[in-house]
Design a protein around this ligand. Structure first.
Ligand code: NAG
Ligand code: NAG
Length: 352
């Protein structure tokens, strides 16, 4: 009876998995790992000839996934070539040799975050041959550079919380499908034009690095640009106008001063959120009437310039702002003229 029920459950799970798309291949992963059917799984593996390294779990109902996360591994396991989804996070793996992934040519996801990888311990050809890899998680390791020969098929590369100081043009050249790049919490001071080739990039997080300026040649389809916690003092002329889909810009905790911000920098349509908090601005920069959320707390703003939001008081063209934070500046509520609320009519209260 129990065996039968288990068989039915496994059947149900495999049906569900077959139905799910390749983007969400394993919504029920937690179930297998907690299921008591361990013996059954080994039996299944033997009878079907599907091998699975002893230190990992390979659910028979989802035979292309291998779970080796959180098991104290210090070295890469053998990887059967059928695997598409490989979970190796939360271990103490310190090296990937040139041959460690040589059988794993079908990988689509490779999760290696929270390990002890250093750049010198990754073979120069380690990732060569993973021609279908889409998602590579390397965050929270000790890498000092982006590994060479990363698959050009990548769509999502997370390499934040490492010790990367430099990105070279070759590192990302040809990654035409890369849409997400997480490089935050590293030690990058200059990116050169290394991001320019990423024509599909929409999400770029460069927060908590050592940038002193906005990198040149940012990809034009970026939708979210995060550069918080750097040391950026000035912005290039018209730098937001070359983006076609930019909606979220976060530049909090930099060193921006009025002098370094060309007048109409932020007066661009399309922006939804602009975070300039904790900089050194003394004036409110002009913004587009279409902007919805503006964060300016923790600057040195000395006057409330209504013209930064509405160039004329006109009942047909008021500001679409819903959030306006001005607290932690050098103005008080009495500096706000009464007519401000005709322009900022969607802001419930200005935080000041
Ligand atoms: C690759 O596959 C071969 C043949 O199945 C096996 O002997 C070898 O140990 C595998 N190597 C790795 C690194 O998994
Ligand atoms: C923003 O730019 C538009 C035209 O591009 C202009 O009409 C408007 O006055 C500017 N807004 C501010 C606050 O300077």
């Amino acid at each position: 009876m129990t065996v039968m029920m288990r068989t039915e459950i496994v059947f149900l799970l495999s049906t569900l998995c077959a139905l799910s798309t390749s983007r969400e291949p394993d919504p029920l992963g937690w179930l297998y790992r907690r299921s008591p059917g361990h013996q059954y799984e080994s039996l299944q593996a033997e009878t079907t000839g599907w091998t699975c390294p002893e230190e990992c779990d390979c659910p028979p109902s989802f035979p292309v996934a291998m779970y080796c996360d959180g098991r104290g591994l210090t070295a890469m396991p053998n990887i059967p070539s059928r695997m598409k989804y490989l979970y190796l996070q939360n271990n103490a793996i310190s090296a990937i040799s040139d041959s460690a992934l040589s059988n794993a040519t079908n990988l689509v996801w490779l999760m290696l975050h929270h390990n002890q990888l250093t750049s010198d311990a990754i073979g120069e050809k380690a990732f060569l041959g993973l021609n279908g890899l889409q998602r590579l998680y390397l965050q929270h390791n000790s890498l000092t550079r982006i590994p060479t020969s990363l698959p050009r098929s990548l769509r999502d590369l997370r390499i934040n919380h490492n010790k990367i100081e430099k990105v070279t043009p070759d590192d990302l050249e040809g990654m035409d499908d890369l849409t997400m790049l997480y490089l935050h919490d590293n030690a990058v001071s200059d990116l050169g034009r290394s991001l320019a080739p990423l024509k599909s990039l929409t999400m770029l997080d460069l927060s908590s690095n050592k940038l002193t300026k906005i990198p040149d040649g940012l990809p034009e389809h970026v939708n979210q640009l995060y550069v918080e916690y750097n040391s950026i003092e000035s912005l290039p002329e018209n730098f937001l106008s070359h983006f076609s889909q930019l909606q979220y810009v976060r530049m909090a905790h930099n060193q921006l001063m009025d002098l370094g911000v060309p007048t109409n920098t932020f007066n661009v349509t399309g922006l939804v959120e602009l975070d300039l908090s904790f900089n050194k601005l003394e004036r409110i920069p002009p913004v587009s009437t279409s902007l919805q959320h503006l964060y300016l707390q923790g600057n040195y703003i000395k006057e409330f310039t209504l013209g930064s939001f509405c160039s004329t008081i006109d009942p047909t063209s008021f500001s679409k702002l819903r959030t306006l934070r001005l607290d932690g500046n050098e103005i008080t509520r009495k500096d706000i003229p009464p007519e401000a609320y005709q322009c900022l009519r969607l802001v419930p209260t200005i935080d000041i």
